[in-house]
Design a protein around this ligand. Sequence first.
Ligand SMILES: Nc1nc2c(c(=O)[nH]1)N[C@@H](CN(C=O)c1ccc(C(=O)N[C@@H](CCC(=O)O)C(=O)O)cc1)CN2
Length: 281
Amino acid sequence: MVQILDGKAVAKALREQLTTELAASGLKPTLAVVFDPADDGSRLYVGMKQKAAAKVGIETRDIAVSADATTESVEKIVAKLNQDASVSGILIQAPLPKEVDDAAIFAKVAPEKDVDGLGVTNQGRLFANEAGNYPVAATPKGVMTLLNYYDIDPRGKRAVVVGRSQLFGRPMAALLLNADATVTVAHRYTKEETLNNLLAEADIIVVGVGIPGFIKASQIKEGAVVIDVGMNLVDGKACGDVEAAAADKAGWLTPVPGGVGPMTIATLLESTMEAALEQAK
Ligand SMILES: Nc1nc2c(c(=O)[nH]1)N[C@@H](CN(C=O)c1ccc(C(=O)N[C@@H](CCC(=O)O)C(=O)O)cc1)CN2
């Protein structure tokens, strides 16, 4: 019988912990959110982040970029936020308008304010498994929090990460490697037969490719841990990258909605608080 990994419940507990810690600290962090208001998903997700932030005691500052924004114009916005002592953290909500190079903008955020951990300095720290406290991408970090909560230890397990984005796949693979899993990353150029062979032997599958129902129950090993990072909106309804029938094969499964999504938001708030505490030292 599949065990559901309840991201909604774990995220709620994390937010409650953050509320208590922030109140005790006396800090009121400010999270600046740079986003494309023309992107429907971004408007929805930024709204969710702002609402959750307010509840735990974090202020947010909206910076909507215009449809004709360029990489240079957004870099100038980020430069000002880097210099603004009242800003604790900077979030670059992806995707930005099409003319803007998202990765170039991620790289311009001051490492100490890069609360989404997407900049090259913090991604490098993660890849090097550097000790110490530094921001890590919210979705993969939230996945690790979920695995830990349910006592799922990646050490020695065969983990397959499907997707190699800067937002998810690459930091996810690094985190699992740092946790001593045997990690393989599949991507758009992985042959179907290769992917099927990898999945058939995987103890842990983490998928985030943005294709509804991409992973089929038939591909999953009986009893595997299946983490669905899919955050698709189909006719305005949230759905994942794993087909529903996977629940018949998986030993553990994150639901969509109610799994990795809420963990992403709660983890972003956790990283924002951690950045503010570091800056207050
Ligand atoms: N800078 C970033 N950009 C993006 C990220 C990110 O982590 N950092 N992730 C995604 C979108 N995303 C956060 O921004 C996100 C998507 C979905 C959810 C979520 O909680 N979804 C709900 C369902 C929502 C609904 O009901 O429609 C769920 O899964 O329960 C949270 C965050 C891309 N961009």
